[in-house]
Design a binder for this molecule. Structure first.
Ligand SMILES: Cc1ncc(COP(=O)(O)O)c(C=O)c1O
Length: 357
């Protein structure tokens, strides 16, 4: 059985768009572009010409950085677009479903709703520090459940899911559903990643993003890591020319050795600050619980979430609260620079603390 047997049948035979060829050094009268650059266009390629249909140069660099074969990667506009592409590719509107484990990243729900796909919810086990309910997930699957989304480390709760749980889900869903493991925060985690599962199972897909650890949320660059035939199929769903030239050139710079070294140092700082903030928040009287985190944020349960948020706001800091009853009075705090974290601690505890950073 091929993983594409799970995909929307009517998409499997679609003929992809054939873009006009781009050959450096040739006069380009084949794509109805302007022959002149606009004023202020300092890009290397020139913004008067279309970007390449796919940012192949980035796919080569990212494949090298992550140690993955290039044919297993598709670059998307943020991993958000990757979620959309997978749902549109695998869920027939009004018939198929995705399975999610709330509280989790809300975009899975949003894109499923846009596609008119059903949403099966198997909540994380709050009493077990938001672990996966593996039996519940396996029981809830049926022939129309096409994608199981697992977010690890999970947003907004922060924990990595237990590897044994993910392995069991992957082994028991083979041939039944895609398992999409969203690794948006894996660079901040102490445990490993799931590339080995991706390589072992055709139906396992990973999502990665450059929005967090290399500081490029504004550029919108993410990727799908999947079996080569799934990547080929995803290219039918994702139209050509979606990734703009300035983004390509910027990401290329960010993937230089010097830039990556800085990003890695920053990740180390965020991890140190996460532990410092967590430990200080445990002493704050209005904080009931500080959840463990493997991400660049911490979730805390407070006596009164709104009050906590407003106290932070009066000190010039925005933090996130939630409407989900599972997260009543919980607040998600992104780890900032040491001075930002000091300011938050001072605001919510009234006690001055300094990071000495
Ligand atoms: C778990 C998770 N996945 C995916 C994303 C989307 O990231 P982006 O579209 O910026 O790559 C986010 C953003 O916060 C996230 O928290």
């Amino acid at each position: 059985m091929s993983v594409l047997d799970l995909a929307r049948a009517e998409l499997r035979g679609i003929r992809p768009y054939v873009p006009g060829a781009y050959e450096p050094g040739m006069i380009r009268l084949n794509a109805n572009e302007s022959p002149w650059r606009s004023l202020g266009d300092t890009s290397e390629r020139g913004l008067n010409v279309y970007p390449p249909p796919r940012p192949t140069v980035l796919q080569v660099k990212l494949a090298d950085y992550y140690g993955i074969e290039q044919k297993q990667i598709l670059v998307t506009r943020g991993s958000s677009e990757a979620i959309d592409v997978l749902i549109r590719g695998f869920c027939t509107a009004g018939k198929d479903k995705i399975l999610i484990c709330p509280p989790t990243f809300d975009m899975y729900r949003l894109y499923a709703s846009i596609q008119n796909a059903g949403i099966v919810r198997v909540p994380l086990l709050a009493e077990r520090d938001f672990a996966l309910d593996v039996d519940g997930i396996l029981k809830a699957l049926d022939a129309n459940t096409k994608i199981v989304f697992i977010c690890s480390p999970n947003n907004p709760t922060g924990q990595s899911m237990a590897r044994a749980d993910i392995e069991r889900i992957c082994s028991e869903t083979a041939g039944r559903a895609l398992v999409v493991i969203d690794e948006a925060y894996h660079e901040y985690a102490s445990g490993g990643h799931y590339l080995d599962l991706r390589n072992r199972y055709e139906h396992v897909v990973l999502l990665r993003t450059l929005s967090k650890f290399v500081s490029l949320a504004g550029v919108r660059c993410g990727l799908i890591v999947g079996a080569p035939e799934l990547i080929e199929f995803a290219q039918v769903v994702l139209p050509p020319y979606t990734f703009p030239t300035p983004s390509i050139e910027l990401v290329q710079e960010t993937l230089s050795q010097d830039s990556l070294r800085v990003s890695e140092e920053r990740v180390a700082t965020i991890k140190r600050e996460r532990e410092r903030l967590a430990s200080a928040l445990r002493d704050v009287p209005c904080v009931v619980k500080v959840f463990s985190s493997d991400a660049n944020f911490i979730m805390v349960k407070t006596r009164n979430g709104q009050e906590f948020r407003e106290t932070a706001r009066r000190a010039g800091i925005l933090v996130r609260t939630f409407e989900d009853p599972l997260l009543a009075d919980c607040v998600r705090i992104t780890i900032g620079r040491p001075a930002d974290n000091d300011q938050l601690l001072k605001a919510v505890s009234g006690v001055e603390r300094t990071s000495h950073a």
